[in-house]
Design a protein around this ligand. Sequence first.
Ligand SMILES: Nc1nc2c(ncn2[C@@H]2O[C@H](COP(=O)(O)OP(=O)(O)OP(=O)(O)O)[C@@H](O)[C@H]2O)c(=O)[nH]1
Ligand SMILES: [Mg+2]
Length: 316
Amino acid sequence: MGIGESGKSTIFKQFKIVQSNGGFNEEEKKAFISVVHYQCTSQIRTLIENAEKLGEEMGEKGKKAVAMMNDLYPSDQVVVNKELADLIEVIWNDEGIRKTYEARGKKFLLNDCADYFFNNIQRFAENNYIPNEADILRARTRSVGIESAQFRFQNMRIRVIDVGGQRSERRKWISCFDDVTAIIFVVSLSCYDLVLREDENKNAMEETIQLFEEITKHRDLQKPNIILFLNKTDLFDTKCVESSIKVCKHFSDYDGDDEPVATKEFIKDRFLEIGEQIGKKVVTHFTCALNTDNVQNVAKNIRKYLLGNNLEEVGL
Ligand SMILES: Nc1nc2c(ncn2[C@@H]2O[C@H](COP(=O)(O)OP(=O)(O)OP(=O)(O)O)[C@@H](O)[C@H]2O)c(=O)[nH]1
Ligand SMILES: [Mg+2]
């Protein structure tokens, strides 16, 4: 569980990869081609739109590329061919677009991995392109509904349920509450200075904390263990130095240095306090969902933790 874009589905994908004999087969990989292509086109359009809104002037080459893209490729175009890739590359290299990119998060929302898609666009446009694991982990689709899969970690089978985190999705969660052994609550550490996609008046960390409180106190969820993933450590470690966590009203009393280790511990303690208030033990892990080794280690720990609770077969 967790708010939209905290990284739930990315972790779900990683579980599929790191399980015993895991990974994506050829057909499953191909299914991500359109998602990868859509990331490229939708995110460049977001940048163009916001460059206009912010009054960032584009160069002549960039403007020409935008005009050609709009003429030749409708916004619902899903296939990125060589010509479209070249146009997107020119636009991405435009100075006005780069300035707009630097304003992401502060003035508008852009997908976390947008730069990855622009920087690799020529590879995505190749005729025989098959997404690799790095592409798949970054290819975002907003989860709608509930996805469930059974993963095997050595001798232990774990059923994992992935839910959508945006507000409209959360009312579906109740149907998964029966028989869960543990809840993985995913927090995007780097969202402390962002607003919600579905409500631009709401700080995303504030929403996360409120949601965590609701979940820990929910009367139907008194039994399950709570495993907290403090995710997006890679983005957080860079961001917390540039933009103090104090900008988030829940962390305004932080009086330490703006550096990654102390700030992460401070945020972790905030979540642990919420668990303690209702006498619930919360197990925490710092994660970078894009890092397979990191998730593999965390998965090993979870397996041990669940085995420690004498559970041979569990449903998460
Ligand atoms: N840099 C970075 N990006 C991440 C990390 N975890 C997830 N992402 C990216 O963040 C975006 C959103 O991740 P998702 O896994 O789709 O988020 P979600 O929680 O499933 O979102 P909903 O389905 O809307 O609830 C994707 O582009 C991911 O690749 C991380 O640890 N670091
Ligand atoms: Mg999802």
